[in-house]
Write a protein that binds this ligand. Structure first.
Ligand code: CTP
Length: 404
């Protein structure tokens, strides 16, 4: 269950092109079970539709102290400030940030912020030079000194055509930040979790590679729920499309099995619990060609060499306080093979997931798992979304004291 269920989130939206992301953010908040009250600044009205926001949030949207359309209804800023469990300003323009830092309240949103009895989280969005400007940076520091929180802007292409830091993070990232905020003091505070995830790519030549269909979703779901429980998480991630930023999760991008091996081994000594979900290539091309190989009528015979086994290297060198959890992707004799892998690779437990069941496992959003150790089955987890499964796996891992 999301820690946001039943939480009251007041979403402040200011005048910024990136306000187009706000309706999607509202949807994610609502889907998690949060109540959402949207308050716009007058200039936000130029960028996003109150009708869309009111429909998605299932509440009227406010943008003025007095709402003339409803018979001069008074929108009470103090009441709104007291109602919220958190105020999130996304996007936060430089002018609204400056008003927040100096206590200038000339619209409903800034008055609500001054009346807040709850955490205030700002997600700045502006052009790169405005973001880097000394006064803006000072405003961030001032707001933080009030106990407010700043979500750092993303880097990338900006509405101005320039490129740099200033982009509003994607709705999924904003959502993860807020969810993490409420889930922070969980049962895994103090744990250092290391997760391998995704496929690896082994080059054949300068433009071709050997890989597999792993999506990295199982590893990502485990990372997200461990972070929500308070763990500090490192993910060594093979080449898959970007996942949203999650506070508490540090991503280390790698491409080949060899790179994944070295990065994971360098992080392993400080980890307390490691989970190996990556679909690491078992073979790499012995001598990949440096340039692009030209097409001929002759067959291309490749010589493949085995890669190093990352789980085995960690499992066999682990200390007493370190727990190691493997995954086993199997088509035949799944349970027996998974058990054998647990023994051979020195894993405390291995999660068998079938590779040949429609809609499950590899590359899909759902999975089914049987957790085994050297002595037999520990628990069966029925088919469910990878996110729900990640929660259930951590519940069991924690209950079994596989961690702690
Ligand atoms: N694994 C690893 N490094 C490798 C190969 C596998 O860390 N070079 C890990 C996987 O992340 C997984 C476990 O070992 O946690 C089992 O992986 P799997 O692909 O099921 O089995 P393999 O050991 O590769 O054996 P096989 O392909 O013969 O089943």
């Amino acid at each position: 269950m999301s820690p946001l269920r039943g939480k009251k989130i007041l979403l402040g939206i200011t005048g910024s092109i990136s306000a187009y992301k706000a309706p999607l953010f509202v949807r994610l908040l609502k889907k998690s079970g949060a109540e959402v009250q949207v308050v716009l600044t007058p200039s936000a009205l130029d960028f996003v539709s109150p009708l869309v926001l009111a429909t998605l949030s299932e509440r009227p949207v406010f943008h003025a102290f007095v709402d003339g359309s409803q018979g001069h209804q008074w929108n009470n800023h103090v009441e709104l400030g007291c109602w919220a469990d958190a105020i999130v300003v996304a996007p936060a323009s430089s002018v609204t940030l400056a008003k927040g830092a100096t206590g200038l309240c000339d619209n409903l949103l800034t008055a609500v912020i001054l009346s807040a009895k709850c955490p205030v989280i700002w997600a700045p969005a502006m052009d790169l030079d405005m973001y880097a400007f000394g006064a803006t940076q000072n405003n961030f520091a001032t707001l933080e000194s009030f106990g407010h929180y700043i979500i750092p802007a993303d880097s990338g292409p900006l509405a101005s055509g320039l490129e740099g830091q200033g982009r509003l993070p994607e709705p999924e990232s904003l959502f993860s930040y807020v969810e993490h905020f409420f889930g922070e003091k969980g049962s895994m505070v103090g744990e250092r979790v290391l997760i391998t995830a995704g496929p690896t790519q082994e080059p054949l030549d300068a433009v071709r590679f050997l890989s597999n269909a792993s999506s990295g979703k199982m590893g990502w779901a485990l990372a997200r729920s461990a972070a929500l429980r308070g763990a500090q998480v490192d993910v060594v991630l093979g080449p898959v499309s970007d996942f949203p930023f999650i506070p508490g999760v540090q991503v280390h991008s790698v491409v080949t099995a060899e790179e994944m091996f070295h990065k994971t081994l360098s992080l392993f000594p400080t980890s307390t619990c490691s989970v190996f979900t990556a679909a690491v290539a078992d073979y790499a091309v012995a001598t990949p060609e440096k340039g692009k190989r030209k097409k001929t009528d002759e067959p291309w015979n490749l010589s493949l060499k085995p890669t190093l086994d990352i789980l085995k290297a960690c499992g066999q060198s682990k200390q007493k306080h370190q727990k190691v959890i493997g995954f086993a992707l199997e088509t035949d004799n799944g349970l027996a093979n998974a058990q054998e892998k647990a023994v051979k690779k020195g894993a405390d437990v291995v999660c068998f997931n079938p590779a040949n069941e429609e809609g499950l496992g590899f590359g899909s959003t759902h999975n089914r798992v049987v957790m085994v150790n050297a002595s037999g089955i520990i628990k069966e987890f029925p088919a469910q979304s990878k996110q729900d499964l990640a929660e259930a796996l951590w519940d069991t891992i924690e209950a079994l004291s596989v961690v702690k």
